[in-house]
Design a protein around this ligand. Structure first.
Ligand SMILES: NC(=O)C1=CN([C@@H]2O[C@H](COP(=O)(O)OP(=O)(O)OC[C@H]3O[C@@H](n4cnc5c(N)ncnc54)[C@H](OP(=O)(O)O)[C@@H]3O)[C@@H](O)[C@H]2O)C=CC1
Ligand SMILES: O=C(O)[C@@H]1CCC=N1
Length: 272
């Protein structure tokens, strides 16, 4: 089994730790680093995984998973540069940051795999896209694929597509949660108790997601099957189109892609 160190166990780092544990990854082969001792203690209490310093993680782990915010990457890179042995695999989950940033700042030849996961890894349903850096071999890619495959689905994409992936599936769960939140509010508007509205919408979301995954049907066909002539659904669809929901989604996801590009550019001067 691979020993994995998560550097920065915040929302996505914790999701990876909990997802790996749920998939059967031995607790003894996981570790994490955190800035605040209270957060470390809380995570160790919750999962039994030990907190370590970056130097210890660099020594013991087969794969170092970088899960700090892109804005926090610089001090971590400085720390890693001084402790990392050449050849140790670095897996970055950071939005926007190119593999070249890590390669330029870490020991010559460091293999880097860029990953864009998403938070459903907590329930073993992540969507992760992975891309190889310059020094990542097929064994490194297989290791990253195995790790992310334990907590969901994995696809390989050229690194040039990672900003688009980030906007689509990295941020994607937020769009679904936003939609569910708005639909529950609509139930309130129509006079339903919040708990009932939440049950109705969440189960509808689960059922719809399973149909999308399992039926082999195109989303358009699935939507048409709900949309009866002169029925209720078409009245709602007309309002969605009138309010530009489709255009809003296109613009929103384009804005997320642009932000991912910008996050990478902010560090351009820092790479060798
Ligand atoms: N959240 C998501 O849905 C997704 C996030 N990502 C990417 O994952 C990364 C983390 O995001 P997210 O989990 O949301 O962010 P969080 O802020 O929740 O987590 C980052 C954690 O790292 C800690 N940290 C910062 N610097 C260091 C350091 N030098 N050493 C140890 N710990 C450190 C932070 O501490 P402190 O609290 O002090 O800041 C925080 O607990 C980002 O790069 C993001 O782009 C990718 C896909 C999805
Ligand atoms: O919002 C963000 O920047 C991160 C990256 C993808 C999901 N969350």
């Amino acid at each position: 089994m691979t020993t994995i160190a998560v550097l920065g166990a915040g929302k996505i780092g914790e999701a990876l730790l909990s997802g790996l544990l749920a998939s059967g990854h031995p607790c003894a082969e996981l570790m994490f680093t955190e800035r605040h001792p209270e957060r470390s203690a809380e995570l160790t209490r919750r999962y039994g995984v030990r907190a370590v310093e970056v130097a210890e993680a660099a020594k013991l782990a087969d794969a170092l998973v970088v899960a700090v915010k892109p804005q926090d990457i610089e001090p971590l890179l400085d720390e890693l540069a001084g402790t990392l042995a050449a050849g140790k695999l670095v897996v970055s989950l950071c939005a926007g940051l190119p593999t070249s940033l890590f390669e330029g700042r870490l020991p010559e030849g460091t293999p880097v795999v860029r990953v864009m996961p998403n938070t459903p890894m907590v329930v073993g349903e992540a969507m992760s896209a992975i891309s190889a850096g310059r020094h990542a071999t097929k064994e490194h890619m297989a290791l990253a694929e195995g790790m992310l495959g334990a907590v969901g689905k994995v696809v390989r994409v050229p690194e040039a597509q990672q900003d688009a992936v980030t906007a689509l599936s990295g941020s994607g769960p937020a769009y679904f949660f936003f939609l569910v939140e708005a639909m529950i509010d609509a139930g309130i508007l129509l006079g339903l108790p919040r708990a009932v509205a939440a049950d109705l919408i969440i189960q509808s979301a689960i059922g719809s997601a399973k149909m999308l995954r399992d039926s082999g049907e195109h989303p358009v066909a699935l939507r048409e099957a709900v949309t009866s002539p002169a029925g209720t659904t078409i009245m709602a669809v007309r309002e969605l189109e009138k309010h530009g929901v489709r255009a809003a989604l296109l613009a929103a996801i384009e804005a997320a892609r642009d932000r991912s590009v910008e996050l990478g550019r902010a560090h351009e001067g820092g790479s060798r």
